[in-house]
Design a protein around this ligand. Structure first.
Ligand SMILES: O=C(O)CCC(=O)C(=O)O
Ligand SMILES: [Fe+2]
Length: 325
């Protein structure tokens, strides 16, 4: 078991984050995910080519250059095609998502579960608030009508702020890790050490015309923030109250990461209509999910029922809050 060392645990408790250098086996666990996504990108390329949105499928380009070329030429960000979660609104019967076996393998890799267990305890649940994020270089990224990069840097937030209040007492742990080396140039995360000791701060929807939620910069000590470069195989752990953001990708390569969340089994996930699963259980090993296809089916069933039913909101915030002015 490669649990957190006492020193890493102390750092996590003191500062609200810890960078762990070897959590995954880069070749044995991360490369199969990259290979699996190469197939997903190929299907996307063929679809967009059939639709006349790109002039070639760019079959000979490596993943990063290929996805960059495709996003740039089509003028659209197609991240939902790769994501293993559904959008927060507008789910349709054909909303794409990817919940493949190599992805499931990394969610349940022994190394990450060992690390997670040292924070959340022996009953480990995979919380369904989870994303893959592919960020192409800002210089060529698609932009919206206001000229803002689509799917660029992530604004300041706490992860507790993006789930429903029912999860306010949940011990939710964020595990962020890249599929390739990240640094300040290609847009790694930046964290505010010690910010987890404070309250849940006000998040403003659509603040300064940026989509999503953002904590206004006067509500925390932005001057204390520090970028945390993470290499392939490593991970960054965050508490649900640690204030963090990501830097813009000003490099000429993609920035590609997973952010997963785990918690003790039985606590609220904050997005109860999305499917989680028991990833590890000391008391009831038979409750653990080991079948990737079952996981895929759970997301598919969720998509199919949300597409015809009422869609919940995961947002507790009000853009008219005085702090958002
Ligand atoms: O990768 C990003 O840009 C943001 C990730 C994030 O906020 C998270 O993992 O909680
Ligand atoms: Fe986050």
């Amino acid at each position: 078991m490669t649990a957190l060392t006492a020193e890493q645990k102390e750092h996590f408790e003191e500062y609200g984050f810890v960078h762990v250098e070897s959590v995954f086996d880069p070749e044995g666990e991360i490369d199969p995910v990259i290979d699996e996504y190469a197939g997903v990108l190929n299907s996307l390329a063929e679809k967009l080519h059939d639709e006349g949105k790109i002039s070639s499928t760019y079959p000979d380009l490596p993943f990063g250059d290929r996805v960059t070329k495709i996003y740039s030429e089509s003028g659209e960000v197609h991240n939902q095609y790769f994501d293993f979660s559904l959008p927060q609104a507008g789910v349709k019967p054909d909303t794409p998502f990817w919940a493949g076996p190599a992805v499931f393998g990394v969610f349940t890799a022994p190394g990450v579960l060992d690390v997670v267990e040292s924070v959340v305890g022996p009953e480990v649940y995979s919380n369904p608030v989870q994303h893959v994020r592919i960020k192409v270089p800002e210089s060529v990224a698609p932009r919206d009508e206001q000229g803002n990069v689509m799917f660029g840097a992530t604004p300041w937030h706490q992860d507790a702020g993006v789930v429903n209040p029912e999860a306010d007492d949940t011990n939710m742990l964020t595990v962020w890790f890249p599929l390739m080396d990240t640094d300040a140039e290609n847009g790694c995360l930046t964290v505010v050490p010690g910010s987890h000791r404070g309250e849940l701060l006000t998040h403003c929807p659509g603040y300064k015309d940026r989509p999503g939620l953002q904590i206004p910069e006067n509500l925390f000590n932005i001057g204390d923030s520090m970028p945390v470069p993470v290499k392939k195989g490593g991970a960054l752990l965050l508490t649900k109250k640690t204030v963090h953001a990501s830097l813009p990708n000003v490099s000429d390569r993609i920035r590609w990461s997973f952010d997963l969340r785990y918690q003790p089994t039985g606590q609220a996930t904050g997005r109860s209509v999305f499917p989680g699963f028991v990833a590890r259980s000391a008391s009831k090993p038979e409750s653990e999910l080991h079948d990737a296809n079952t996981w895929y089916e759970m997301w598919k069933d969720t998509r199919d029922s949300l597409a015809i039913g009422e869609q919940p909101t995961f947002n507790r915030w009000d853009s008219n809050d005085p702090s958002c002015a």
